[in-house]
Design a protein around this ligand. Sequence first.
Ligand code: AMP
Length: 215
Amino acid sequence: MNIILLGPPGAGKGTQARHLVETRNMVQLSTGDMLREAKDSGTEMGNLVADVMARGDLVTDEIVIGLIREKLEDTTDHGGFIFDGFPRTLMQATALGELLEATGKPLDHVIQLGVDDEALVARISGRSTCGNCGEVYHDVTKPQPADGKCEKCGASDFKRRADDNEESLRNRLMEYYKKTSPLLGYYYAHNMLTRVDGLADIKEVQDSISKVLDA
Ligand code: AMP
């Protein structure tokens, strides 16, 4: 089963994707993670996108489509793909449709995580992750453990994303509404879209997504 998680920054796409990886042997394809890796390892492409990402702008369709194409070709033997943060434009959506068709894989569901902007600002401004296993923490709702060790893996290397600040977030939201939200209409018209309440607690969102996937 192959699915897209669609929603603005901070909607919980990464958190829900991680749960699906753990419970269903699915593979998370996050273009944001791929770009951050390229940036951290200082590749030519990584250097090219660093400023664009810091501002909260979208990187070019060519770059992200190329990243996804490579992963789709290289990854085998699993319970399906979760596209997280991709597609973000109509051109990316069309390219994904073509790539999946060429490899004989269906797109089964597009799940919209619905949230409101106020909640996003609060969520994103307190966000941090474990640098080792990716477990997500939040200053208010899920603080880092008092002993300074990740509750999942025990590492003590917590990270905050450079683009999790208010100015960049505002820009990321604007990009979402201008370029990504038209995908809601696109997938609705293809009869693939289901909306779940992204503001419910994490477990409830997990259950809502499971219901969609198991229907
Ligand atoms: P994310 O981790 O999904 O929030 O992505 C972080 C940043 O990476 C975004 O603000 C964009 O600058 C860039 N990015 C990630 N995925 C895409 C995409 N599909 N298209 C364009 N830019 C992307």
